[in-house]
Design a protein around this ligand. Structure first.
Ligand code: URA
Length: 210
């Protein structure tokens, strides 16, 4: 199986991620940067989406042209930090459907516990992009994709801002068929399950709740 990891090394993405990592970056700036990075990530991770040809008519003549195939893409946000990607992604995928997966991390076991799950209809005809800024232990991402696979979507992709080797291994041990898109693979996890050097708690930084 494929265990694909696409590292998004684009200079604009890397520059913005560096600004986000800095501890003195304000909530306002962090949120704006999350928005900007999301647009760039959406561009990269839709690169290989299946296309279909349709007949259209320009003001001058008929032609065959391409559009993204299938029903509208689903952005599946893992609450709450995944929501930080939504505005930016929806700017370039304005007709996308949005699903939510509520998972919290049990502080003792670091395991993911589901409390909310809502997806659109017709998942078998949809390509799903799972959003979670930090692929840390990978437990939430694994649980989210376990649950999403029950809806039998046409395809799944996972996107984050920062990953680490432990999270990637755990995720692909469970879901080798789901490609990961990430701008960074950091050194590892600390004893609290945070990615180091990382950027701290992504949810707190997006929502200013520290
Ligand atoms: N969740 C975060 O927000 N940050 C980490 O480093 C790990 C999990």
């Amino acid at each position: 199986m494929s265990r694909a990891v696409h590292v998004i090394d684009h200079p604009l993405v890397q520059h913005k991620l560096t600004l986000m990592r800095r501890k003195d970056t304000s909530t306002k700036s962090f949120r704006e940067l999350a928005h900007e990075v999301s647009i760039l990530l959406a561009y990269e991770l839709t690169r290989e989406m299946p296309m279909q040809e349709i007949e259209i008519e320009t003001p001058l003549e008929k032609m065959t042209s391409r559009i993204i195939d299938g029903k509208k893409i689903v952005l599946a946000s893992i609450l709450r930090a995944g929501n930080g990607f939504l505005d930016g992604m929806l700017q370039v995928l304005p007709a996308a459907r949005v699903g939510h997966i509520g998972l919290y991390r049990d502080p003792a076991t670091l395991k993911a516990v589901e409390y909310y799950f809502k997806m659109p209809q017709d998942m078998a005809e949809r390509d799903v992009i799972v959003l979670d800024p930090m692929l840390a232990t990978g437990n939430s991402a694994v649980a989210a994709v376990d649950r999403l696979k029950q809806t039998q979507p046409r395809s799944l992709r996972f996107v984050c801002l920062v990953a680490c080797p432990e999270g990637i291994k755990n995720f692909h041990d469970h879901h080798p068929d789901v490609p990961i898109y990430t701008p960074a693979v950091d050194r590892g996890l600390n004893e609290h399950g945070y990615i180091v050097p990382g950027l701290g708690d992504a949810g707190d930084r997006i929502f200013g709740t520290k």
